[in-house]
Design a protein around this ligand. Structure first.
Ligand SMILES: C[S@@+](CC[C@H](N)C(=O)[O-])C[C@H]1O[C@@H](n2cnc3c(N)ncnc32)[C@H](O)[C@@H]1O
Length: 225
């Protein structure tokens, strides 16, 4: 296995995704090519602590972040990456991802109300999932995320922000036309305050807007660590 640095620019990630997903259709390939320019994957990867060995990717979709971590993480890092999603189709595509010899990700389909994979996990990722969870279920969903974190683990949440309103409309239209789903926006301040109430220490709550899309990135750790 070749140990290399995590990609640090949108264009590097775009190129990597072309190699990881040669099996997807033409339209999906086009989306994969451009998504790194509207979603700050490189900023997410940069927040994964270098001493993380075990990673849980909640709502992984086709597994973009997990595959990037598996391929580009240093040889000794990420001994176990578990990634799950409610979508069987997404997990089927994820399982076909072209990883380098020796890399692996444990992709699983998990029903909405089923138990999540057993930890402990050093890093828990939740990328662009919360806005797909019904507004009245989001608090409970965030509580589930924190329950996967042991003392010292890191929770990284990236999602779309409802402010400013015109960028929120762009997010809304994007998901309506590309995923045919309604978005359930939630202010990042509210997510951060839930995390604090749940015993996490928010160490970063930043805006990571790209083009006309508004993103926030929250990094939280156990208060005890
Ligand atoms: C916009 S996609 C993001 C996928 C991936 N995290 C990424 O950034 O490429 C949102 C994903 O969340 C998944 N999802 C929605 N609700 C979920 C839930 N309750 N549990 C697990 N996955 C969920 C959807 O099936 C979808 O694949």
């Amino acid at each position: 296995m070749i140990a290399t640095e995590l990609p640090s620019t949108s264009s590097e990630i775009s190129r990597a995704l072309r190699d990881i997903y040669p099996h997807v259709g033409r339209f999906e390939r086009l989306l994969l090519r451009w998504r790194p320019y509207i979603c700050p994957f490189h900023k997410i990867l940069a927040r994964v602590p270098p001493d993380s060995c075990t990673v849980l990717d909640v709502g992984c979709g086709i597994g973009i972040v997990s595959c990037l971590l598996a391929i580009f993480g240093q040889q000794s890092r990420f001994r176990r990456i578990v990634a799950f999603d409610v979508s069987k189709d997404a997990i089927r595509t994820a399982k076909q991802a072209k990883l380098r010899l020796g890399n692996s990700v444990d992709f699983q389909t998990v029903e909405k109300t089923s138990p999540w994979p057993e930890g402990p996990f050093d890093t828990v990722l939740c990328i662009d999932v919360i806005h797909h969870v019904r507004a009245d279920e989001q608090n409970g969903f965030v509580a589930r995320l924190t329950s996967c974190c042991h003392e010292g683990s890191t929770l990284i949440i990236k999602d779309i922000s409802p402010t400013p309103w015109w960028k929120a409309i762009m997010n809304f239209l994007h998901d309506l036309f590309l995923s045919r789903q309604l978005v359930h926006h939630r202010k990042e301040q509210e997510i951060a305050s839930w995390l604090e109430q749940l015993g996490m220490r928010v160490i970063e709550n930043s805006r990571q807007d790209q083009l006309w899309y508004s993103h926030y990135l929250i990094v939280a750790r156990n208060k005890s660590s």
